[in-house]
Design a protein around this ligand. Structure first.
Ligand code: ATP
Ligand code: MG
Length: 154
């Protein structure tokens, strides 16, 4: 079905606002253009929620999260950037695996199952898209998701 991606992102951020406020993390949404895509709204929304939840969870007090939406004639792009703890280079290739959690980043004491990013990966694959991570330890992390505006999936 047709999904208004701008609205979807606004709803997700609205829902996560209390979590951001608890940590005094500033969340900014930058929508560069209106995007309507053929997508599975539930799956896509869950995937982006997981990325933003991580960006808040693995962030510092008074940090920031920057979500942006852009598109060209073929794809739309959702970027979730944070000022958090970052992901060690050696872990970056594993984080999309089910149950994988970075040990060092005190994710142990923070709780979680390690399923969030596998849900992201599955939703992205289902939409014939791709997801990439850029991160450096102690500086922050950026996830970029690219999804075709029209997909011929399930
Ligand atoms: P769940 O999402 O199931 O509650 P989780 O957050 O531990 O648990 P994932 O979302 O799959 O699981 O993330 C896997 C691991 O990747 C996390 O445990 C964490 O170590 C690391 N990680 C994910 N996102 C970030 C981020 N934005 N900044 C730093 N580390 C991250
Ligand atoms: Mg998570």
């Amino acid at each position: 079905a047709s999904v208004n991606i701008n609205e979807m992102l606004e709803l997700i951020l609205k829902r996560l606002k209390p979590i951001a406020e608890k940590k005094n993390v500033e969340v900014v949404l930058e929508s560069f253009r209106p995007v309507v895509a053929e997508a599975d709204e539930m799956k896509l929304s869950l995937a982006v929620s997981n990325l933003v939840e991580n960006a808040l969870k693995y962030n510092h007090e008074n940090g920031w999260v920057h979500v942006s939406l852009n598109a060209d004639h073929k794809y739309f792009y959702v970027k979730v950037a944070d000022s958090g703890i970052g992901i060690p280079k050696e872990d970056q290739e594993h984080i999309f695996e089910r149950f994988y959690r970075v040990d060092k980043s005190h994710s142990r004491e923070m709780g979680g199952t390690g399923l969030g990013l596998s849900i992201v990966r599955n939703a992205v694959i289902m939409h014939r898209g791709s997801v990439k991570v850029y991160s450096s330890e102690g500086e922050g992390t950026t996830f970029t998701v690219r999804i075709p505006l029209i997909y011929t999936g399930a």
